[in-house]
Write a protein that binds this ligand. Structure first.
Ligand SMILES: [Fe+2]
Ligand SMILES: [Fe+2]
Length: 266
């Protein structure tokens, strides 16, 4: 594959559009839950942040897709925005259905540079998804929550796998279509996006607030799994979740590589 070519753009945009699944939150097979489970879910500290984060990504992507000139990229970006908005709607529907209180946080103003904004949001998604994939497997193996409820969340998680695959290819496309001398600057910007997204999550994790909700969620589960085993599980889940899609697409490498480096020292 010639990264940055029209062929590459068509491959990653069409993969994204063709694998979209149409459904509404109400159509998902929501199970009946007992009071003890609902009480446990109510104590989960992430809901306000989770809804807020999905909503913010919807706002950012909607604005960015509106300013994109290329019709195919525009369609794919708008579809990703729609899916993020649907994530927020699914979470809100879930909370409402089980009478779990939600404190809606106000939308933040959008930054001026929307391309940079998508880059840094995308970097954050790559980090969050890496851990979320492992976390979901831990939840399935433990008997803390009914498996039917975890299965309802499955489409959201798989959509995030499609998102990070799209983002990885979009980053590569944007870099490789630039003149050679500007590719280095784009690479450094990408690294900065990952560094700042990673750093902000570490700070938020330390303060136990903010959008590092997948990492917090794992902490909350009190899993007996060691950190090394958890990272190994995340690596396997990342490969498995991305496996069904066209093998010509570039796979996200940075976070899996950093985490296998970290795993070596654990
Ligand atoms: Fe999302
Ligand atoms: Fe996403």
């Amino acid at each position: 594959m010639d990264w940055g070519s029209v062929e590459h753009k068509e491959l990653f945009c069409k993969f994204f559009i063709e694998t979209h699944k149409p459904f509404t939150p109400e159509e998902l097979p929501w199970p009946d839950l007992d009071d003890a489970t609902i009480e446990k879910l109510t104590k989960f500290p992430i809901w306000d942040y989770a809804v807020h984060t999905e909503r913010q990504v919807f706002n950012k992507l909607t604005a960015y897709s509106a300013e994109e000139d290329d019709p195919l990229l525009k369609e794919a970006l708008a579809l990703q925005a729609y899916e993020e908005g649907r994530h927020a709607d699914i979470l809100k529907y879930f909370l409402n259905r089980y009478n779990i209180p939600l404190n809606e946080l106000p939308d933040k103003a959008l930054p001026d540079n929307l391309e940079w904004c998508f880059m840094s949001t995308g970097a954050g998604e790559c980090i969050d998804s890496f851990f979320a994939f492992g976390f979901l497997e831990i939840s399935k193996a433990s008997n803390d929550y009914p498996i039917e409820l975890i299965e309802v969340m499955e489409p959201i998680v798989q959509e995030e796998a499609r998102h990070i695959l799209f983002i990885q290819n979009w980053l590569l496309y944007q870099r490789q279509k630039r003149p050679y001398l500007l590719q280095g600057a784009h690479f450094l910007m990408t690294m900065w996006a990952f560094w700042s997204a990673g750093w902000s999550r570490l700070v938020e994790l330390k303060n136990l607030g903010g959008s590092a909700f997948t990492i917090q969620a794992r902490e909350h589960e009190n899993s007996s799994m060691s950190s090394k085993d958890f990272i190994d599980l995340c690596q396997r889940e990342n490969k498995r979740r991305l496996a069904p899609y066209d093998s010509r697409l570039a796979r996200p490498k940075l976070i899996p590589r950093i985490m296998s480096g970290a795993s070596f020292f654990l």
